[in-house]
Design a protein around this ligand. Structure first.
Ligand SMILES: Cc1cc2nc3c(=O)[nH]c(=O)nc-3n(C[C@H](O)[C@H](O)[C@H](O)COP(=O)(O)O)c2cc1C
Length: 206
């Protein structure tokens, strides 16, 4: 049996969920896509400087990244605040907490920052990591929800026609291969996109 870790590919961006807090303990959950270098215990995150995740990481120097297949949570966290957060559990021998339901988790400490561009590059050490449960496996509907969540964060940036046509294509993958949770997440994102597109349309701009 191989001992190779399935995320020993530091050239991949792995989409997951990052929890951070500000210095008063106010917690935040956001989808992020870092590169993870397990052998060197390093992670590189590229948050927009306008994001709460960025502000919290700068303020407290710490966060927890989660690898999860819960695309419904990823969808909802991408476009709004999750409040209250899902159930958290303590990370043993630390003051930190992680999501109870996750496949893997990584406790992070910020070590350096590169500020160029609208996204910062944050270099983090992995202080601790753990496995909780298996990942579901490849599923086109789950991938479609991830893509739809990214599209939802781009309303007003990408042309509406591009978002509409991509959402249409993604819907067929959800219809063919998704379960209740993926259908629910897709509908939630479609409604969000429709509302946001309407609110940004020229008729509504005064
Ligand atoms: C799958 C996925 C990956 C994402 N990766 C990043 C990322 O690497 N950096 C980033 O700034 N935003 C990323 N986003 C967008 C943020 O999650 C989104 O802008 C969010 O609103 C930021 O939340 P925050 O302000 O609470 O940190 C991603 C979104 C999704 C759906």
């Amino acid at each position: 049996m191989s001992n190779v870790d399935c995320v020993d590919q530091s050239d991949l961006v792995i989409e997951g969920l990052l929890t951070t807090s500000d210095s008063s303990g106010d917690a935040n959950l956001s989808p992020m896509g870092p590169r993870i270098d397990i052998p060197r215990k390093k992670m590189v995150l590229r948050p927009f400087k306008t994001s709460r995740s960025y502000a919290n990481l700068i303020e407290t120097k710490s966060g927890v990244f989660h690898i999860t297949d819960d695309v419904n949570l990823i969808a909802r966290a991408a476009v709004g605040s999750i409040n209250p957060l899902p159930e958290m559990v303590p990370i043993i021998d630390t003051d930190a907490e992680r999501l109870r339901d996750t496949c893997r988790w990584f406790l992070l400490e910020l070590v350096s920052i590169e500020q160029e561009g609208e996204r910062a590059t944050l270099n983090l050490d992995i202080l601790k990591m753990g496995r909780v449960r298996d990942f579901t496996g490849f599923n086109r509907a789950k991938h479609a929800v991830i893509e739809a969540a990214i599209l939802a964060t781009r309303v007003g940036i990408l042309p509406d026609s591009e978002i509409t046509s991509q959402m249409e294509m993604l819907r067929s993958w959800v219809d063919k291969t998704g379960g209740i949770s993926e259908h629910d997440a897709y509908s939630f994102l479609q409604q969000f996109i429709t509302r946001k597109t309407k609110s940004l349309s020229p008729i509504n701009v005064r």
